[in-house]
Write a new protein. Structure first.
Length: 146
């Protein structure tokens, strides 16, 4: 039976995005880590990017969809204070399909790719919701249907 992997960090493949985030958290090395999608991936709960302030997580959509439409959480992603995240698409048509908003207390940069369907489920606003400690930079990409 062939294993199906959702993403990779370097040459190591993971069955879920959260498994990749956990592996980055467990790494002792500072620096930038790229989580590259290998296929369309479905997430059934929010992704918490809590890896340490000496690391940056880059989500490379690679032309695929990160789909949270079956999530039961009011947040798609949670980026705590001190965390650094970038979203890019090295392919074509890469999308994060949200269920709820992306909540940022740390630092988020949208370089390319699409964030869509981010809306308020509970008390959070749609799209990107930033706390007073957040930094959000949109150097490319698009946010639609929010």
């Amino acid at each position: 039976m062939l294993a199906t992997y959702a993403c990779e960090v370097g040459t190591t493949k993971y069955s879920s995005v959260q498994d990749a985030v956990t592996a980055i958290y467990n790494s002792q090395d500072a620096g930038e880590y790229t989580i590259k999608l290998l296929t369309n991936a479905s997430c059934t709960e929010q992704t918490v990017i809590d890896v340490g302030s000496n690391k940056t997580v880059v989500f490379d959509l690679n032309g695929f969809m990160l789909d949270y439409s079956n999530s039961d959480s009011s947040l798609t992603m949670l980026i705590p204070e001190g965390e650094n995240v970038k979203i890019k698409d090295s392919g074509s048509g890469g999308t994060i399909y949200c269920h709820g908003s992306i909540f940022v207390a740390g630092n988020l940069e949208l370089q390319s790719g699409t964030i869509t369907n981010a809306y308020s489920v509970d008390s959070y606003a749609g799209g990107i919701t930033c706390s007073e400690t957040a930094t959000f930079t949109m150097s490319g990409g698009e946010i639609t249907s929010c």
